[in-house]
Design a protein around this ligand. Structure first.
Ligand code: FA5
Length: 335
């Protein structure tokens, strides 16, 4: 029968085209050509079904369905095959012998490393670590520390005062110029005995040079109890410096003045042929105890504030503080 021959021709042509399609685009073209609903060759076959004689209709209809199903099944099988071989090709293109890309691993900034060691060392001396805010009011940065209004340390030109909403509401606000603020905050919130250290940033509009920055770090220490002595202060500071910098480090104490300690000392370490100041210290002034509600008759204490960068410079042999803040990875990656 002529109609059935046309069906077979269509089927053979379709299967051959499917077989030859090398990628999914080519296969899609084949699908449109043979099965497309608008102009596909399947439409011609449909028309042929309409021309069949009534007695031949059942056989023609059956064969039409067979042909259409077989072409569409072949298309699907080929699509699946193309998908799999694309995946396999991607896998076989992957060369497992190529060297990998090493991820770039960062490291802690030298100052951060040193602060971690300081916390650890002072922990072994029995000091607990506490934190305080960098934005402070005048009570904690000056008044409770026995620094009167007319003291030169309160000169607006020597401090970073900040214009903000809380400044107008609760008095002037500044970036703290020393971590001694945390002494006050700690004593306000707990009863003696106190044995704390606090490490963090402080800010001063100092002229920048090899040993001065306008933002730097301090470690504050405070010990309050009955019968605390200056000898204990000197022992703690000497032991601390030796533990961190090595047993040979030379430390000296010079008489000095701070409004919040009496007597007061400045601490220097040997730096080549000269000395470098590393901190201030002393016995807590009774006026400070009075400001936080401690009984100066009952309690004594010592306090110290050390410049962390200076220790860091000595420890790593860096002769200019500015290197720490230049964010030069060639420098920073050495630690
Ligand atoms: C103080 O800040 C006192 N609060 C220390 C103190 C605490 C005394 C408790 C008594 C009791 P001073 O201004 O000297 O003191 O600073 C302490 C240390 O910080 C200095 O010895 C120095 O090591 C470091 N330092 C000071 N200014 C700078 C700066 N601009 N850059 C880097 N380090 C600095």
């Amino acid at each position: 029968m002529e109609i059935l021959n046309a069906f077979s021709d269509y089927e053979a042509a379709a299967l051959q085209a499917i077989n030859q399609a090398g990628d999914t685009d080519a296969l899609e073209k084949v699908r449109i050509e043979f099965l497309g609903q608008k102009n596909g060759r399947i439409r011609d076959l449909q028309k042929l079904v309409g021309t069949a004689k009534p007695n031949e209709k059942p056989a023609v209809g059956k064969r039409f369905n067979e042909v259409r199903n077989s072409v569409s099944a072949s298309l699907e099988a080929k699509a699946e095959h193309l998908k799999n071989s694309a995946r396999q090709k991607a896998v076989s293109d992957f060369d497992v012998t190529l060297p990998g890309e090493r991820p770039r691993i960062g490291q802690l900034h030298p100052i951060t490393q040193v602060m971690g060691e300081f916390r650890e060392l002072m922990g072994r001396f029995g000091f607990t670590v506490v934190d305080g805010p960098e934005l402070e009011d005048e009570r904690h940065n000056f008044e409770a520390l026995n620094i009167p209004e007319d003291h030169p340390a309160r000169d607006p030109l020597d401090n970073f005062y900040v214009a903000c909403a809380s400044a107008t509401a609760g008095g002037p606000v500044l970036l703290r110029s020393q971590t001694s603020t945390v002494q006050i905050r700690t004593m306000e919130s707990m009863k003696p005995p106190v044995r704390i250290v606090s490490l963090g940033r402080v800010y001063r509009p100092d002229t920048i040079d090899a040993t001065h920055s306008c933002m730097f770090h301090q470690m504050e220490g405070l010990l309050v109890d009955r019968h605390v002595t200056m000898a204990q202060l000197k022992t703690v500071l000497s032991q601390f410096a030796r533990s961190f910098l090595g047993p040979d480090v030379e430390i000296r104490f010079r008489p000095s003045f701070f409004p919040f300690t009496e007597p007061s000392v400045e601490v220097d370490m040997k730096w080549g042929n000269s000395w470098m100041e590393i901190g201030g210290a002393g016995m807590v002034d009774p006026n400070v105890f009075a400001a936080v509600g401690y009984d100066p008759e009952e309690y004594t204490g010592f306090a110290f504030g050390l410049g962390i960068e200076r220790f860091c410079m000595k420890h790593f042999g860096v002769d200019d503080i500015r290197r720490f803040y230049e964010n030069d990875l060639r420098f920073l990656s050495q630690f």
